[in-house]
Design a protein around this ligand. Structure first.
Ligand code: HEM
Length: 351
């Protein structure tokens, strides 16, 4: 980033943040070092995951309208149709490689909990398929929303100079040295937390509604019969003026405690408790603590090191260009990461 980010053309944000998020996700899931950032090259796994995105949506539609299935093969390129089997096959190979590396890994990973070093490796087909399914889900669920948080937080910071100044002041004022930036040291940074909350709101993950089958129960005074599928329109709720003032603007101040010096009274009627980006209940995201640590570390380290600017002359509109299939499809975006040196860093922290 230091070598390329400051150049006039900047770097393409989607590619770099996808590389970083998948490097981390594969390492945490099954100790697999993809080295995409280091080699500046996308892995086969990343290319295949990106292909799955559109196919996933078409597949869902065809399940509802099976008679249309032959049409799917006319409108979707063969490479996209092959992407899902390719992801499954790559994941299966990674699981096998990780089993062979048991006891020889560099650090603890999620796989160690699924199939510990001193545990029994499942050999029957059903249990093996389950192991692959869970490992793959941990890798994929650990990649996509993190990549979205990295990408969109940086984009929003380039669009809201006042917000970016306050964040720079907090981060650069808190840490004297880069090496001091660690998960514990980041806990007191309320403005950083608020920025990431606001990205979660605007770049709503799990926009597909997370369907649940009612067991037959009363919800908020209304009886929902057994078998009815219920969903929440997460995206609509997170963008609704009924719950958020200026809902389409990036305004992290709304998430600050009312005692914080930058809390803005204008947002006092926001319904903050109605927003659950990691969902609720027994299927709530199990990766939320890891997500907070990863995203805080990345954004704090970027803000400590760089000033950010969108490369001028791009026909880019976040709301228009962002597309949602089974995952978000983020448009290319060129951003300059301008390294800041000692004196300049101090100037901001003294603001
Ligand atoms: C900003 C980051 C993240 C967001 C916004 C997010 C959000 C969510 C949401 C909304 C769900 C669905 C919960 C439900 O159905 O009620 C979910 C499920 C899940 N998430 Fe996350 N997640 C994030 C990061 C992670 C990470 C880093 C991992 C790492 C392993 C992870 C692993 C999972 C898994 C395995 C599930 C499925 C849980 C189940 O079906 O029981 N997530 N996540």
């Amino acid at each position: 980033m230091r070598t390329y980010g400051g150049q006039n053309g900047g770097v393409e944000l989607k590619t770099w943040t996808d590389w970083l998020a998948l490097d981390i996700a594969a390492d945490l899931a099954y100790n697999r070092q993809l080295h995409q950032v280091k080699s500046m090259k996308s892995s086969d796994l990343l290319d295949s995951i990106n292909g799955v995105n559109f196919f996933g949506t078409m597949n869902q539609i065809m399940k509802k309208f099976p008679l249309l299935t032959p049409l799917m093969f006319l409108v979707i390129p063969v490479s996209v149709i092959r992407s899902l089997p390719r992801v499954l096959s790559l994941n299966s190979k990674e699981v096998q490689a990780r089993i062979e590396r048991r006891g020889k890994t560099e650090h603890l990973d999620y796989f160690e909990q699924l199939c510990p070093e001193d545990g029994v490796v499942p050999t029957d087909k059903k249990r093996r398929a389950h192991l692959e399914q869970v490992a793959g889900q941990l890798m994929l669920a650990g990649f996509d929303p993190i990549a979205n948080q990295f990408y969109s937080t940086i984009y929003f910071l380039t669009q809201e100079p006042q917000v970016f100044s306050l964040l720079k002041k907090e981060v650069r004022g808190t840490f004297k040295n880069y090496d001091d930036i660690n998960p514990d040291g980041l806990v007191p940074l309320k403005f950083l937390h608020a920025c990431l909350q606001e990205t979660l709101r605007l770049h709503t993950n799990a926009s597909f509604g997370m369907p649940r089958i009612s067991p037959g129960a009363k919800v908020d005074g209304t009886y929902i019969p057994k078998g009815v599928v219920c969903q929440i329109a997460n995206f609509a709720a997170a963008h609704s003026p009924r719950y958020f003032k200026e809902p389409r603007r990036y305004q992290p101040q709304r998430w600050l405690p009312s005692t914080h010096p930058h809390y803005d009274q204008a947002f006092r009627h926001d319904h903050l408790k109605g927003f659950w980006p990691f969902s609720q209940g027994p299927r709530m995201c199990p990766g939320r603590e890891s997500a907070w640590v990863q995203t805080k570390l990345f954004i704090a380290k970027v803000v400590w090191n760089f000033d950010l600017e969108m490369v001028p002359g791009q026909d880019y509109d976040w709301e228009r260009d962002m597309k949602h299939y089974s995952m978000w499809q983020k448009p290319d975006l060129f951003v300059k990461f301008i390294p800041v040196q000692g004196e300049k860093r101090r100037e901001v922290s003294d603001l």
